[in-house]
Design a protein around this ligand. Structure first.
Ligand code: ADP
Ligand code: MG
Length: 406
């Protein structure tokens, strides 16, 4: 049996018309001799009646500080509605299909509500359905705790993670991530007018892009696919475009795709909003205090990114919701600091940049040409990022997209 996983995002399952397009993609897979395992997100985006954000608001209207357990159970309803509606759509078209919650699909997680990690997947139930030619329609983004059967969610964008994890557990031939754009693009299409669609990108590169804000796929999904070497294909529900293949190799065949790879220096530009930068004065005579500060931030549950550390100063960024808490830790430990709020991060990602001279010069010159001040840079051998004021983010993305000839 050739199993594939087909994941459909919120905009793909929102109306009768979009669900007809989903149905066509599932029918095509069956016609091509694959047994599809379908994963769905909640229907629509903020404002739609059963979208995740609508469900969150409904509960917050009742109680702003509602318990995380109830919030997770509430959020799980969105995918369950979507899975039932999609299964009913398929049944009406004569396709044998059943809706499954994450738990019924065998997805067991830890009990970190809101950001649970998949611990294991018991595939017996799904395999039995596939053996009987029944298409499972699995609720994305959710699982169930091991011992006490509580609903958990995997964090926003978690349906991608469900799809990749099922792909890995079922040894699927590949995992298709269907969305509302034709594939992974060289930059956010809401910022750059006509970004190119990539034929192919490596797991490592799209993982970097996703961690740096490219919303098209969840980075955890990419990590899971990478560790089990399941190819991912990001493509559009509403067109016949071939989409973007994500694998380890730069040169690949298979999955029905003939791919020409263009080895440009950078692969894509990513952007992230909603961060703040801290500059903390350190005492060179007391390095232990500096080290302890990061232990204190970690034990306060604050995730620190973009760290630049010298004898006299530590610069780092945190997400907006952690700003107040970070200030408190710094004040409690008597550090002097400067806070830059309203920041964003722009990043250039590309495996081919590794060791190439002049990449940093191209990056800095592009931002300078738009008079954008860089608050801080961080780089690895495949990514260069700059923290800048959020209001310059769009200009920065456009300038870098041009400078790196994407
Ligand atoms: P879904 O609900 O299908 O999971 P998402 O909204 O999570 O869809 O992701 C798709 C969106 O990601 C696109 O509509 C696009 O605006 C945005 N996006 C951001 N960066 C990129 C990129 N580099 N390539 C493609 N899409 C991107
Ligand atoms: Mg998504």
């Amino acid at each position: 049996m050739k199993i594939i996983v087909q994941k459909f995002g919120g905009t793909s399952v929102v109306t009768t018309e979009t669900r007809a397009a989903v149905q066509k993609k599932i029918q095509q897979a069956l016609k091509n001799g694959y047994m599809p395992v379908v994963v769905v997100s909640a229907m629509g985006r903020k404002g739609d009646p059963y979208a995740t954000d609508t469900l969150i608001d409904t509960l917050k209207d009742v109680n702003l500080s509602v318990n995380v357990r109830e919030m997770d159970a509430m959020m799980c309803c969105g995918e369950l509605i979507s899975a039932c509606v999609m299964a009913a759509t398929l049944q009406k078209a004569g396709i044998n299909a059943v809706a499954l919650t994450g738990g019924q699909a065998g997805i067991v997680t830890d009990s970190q509500f809101g950001a649970a990690r998949i611990k294991n997947i018991n595939t017996e139930g799904i395999l039995r359905l596939l053996d009987s030619n029944i298409v499972p329609v699995v609720c994305g983004f959710q699982g169930i705790t091991e011992n006490n059967n509580k609903f958990t969610t995997l964090g926003r964008g978690g349906s991608d993670t469900t799809a990749a994890a099922l792909g890995a557990a079922l040894h699927a031939a590949f995992v298709e991530i269907y969305t509302d754009v034709d594939g992974i693009m060289t930059a956010d299409p809401r910022i750059v007018k006509a970004p190119s669609i990539m034929d192919h990108i490596s797991y490592a590169e799209i993982c970097q892009m996703a961690y740096n804000g490219a919303k098209v796929i969840h980075p955890r999904a990419v990590e899971i696919a990478m560790s089990s070497n399941v190819p991912l294909i990001v493509k559009c529900t509403f067109t016949d475009a071939q989409g973007t293949l994500v694998t380890n190799e730069r040169l690949v065949g298979g999955c029905g795709c003939d791919i020409a790879i263009h080895d440009t220096m950078a692969s894509g530009i990513a952007n992230l909003t909603g961060i703040a930068q801290f500059r903390v004065a350190l005492n060179p005579q007391d390095m232990a205090a500096g080290r302890k500060l990061f232990e204190d931030l970690a034990s306060a549950g604050i995730s620190v990114g973009c760290l630049n550390l010298s004898e006299k100063e530590a610069m780092f960024a945190v997400f907006n919701p952690d700003v107040e808490h970070t200030c408190k830790v710094l004040e409690d430990t008597h550090f002097n600091y400067e806070l830059n709020e309203g920041c964003g991060k722009v990043s250039v990602v590309g495996n081919a940049m590794r060791g190439v001279p002049g990449v940093m010069a191209t990056f800095v010159t592009a931002l300078a040409s738009k008079n954008i001040s860089i608050l801080q840079t961080v780089d690895s051998d495949t990514t260069i990022s700059a923290i800048i004021k959020e209001e310059y983010l769009a200009d920065a993305v456009i300038a870098l997209h041009k400078a790196f000839k994407l």
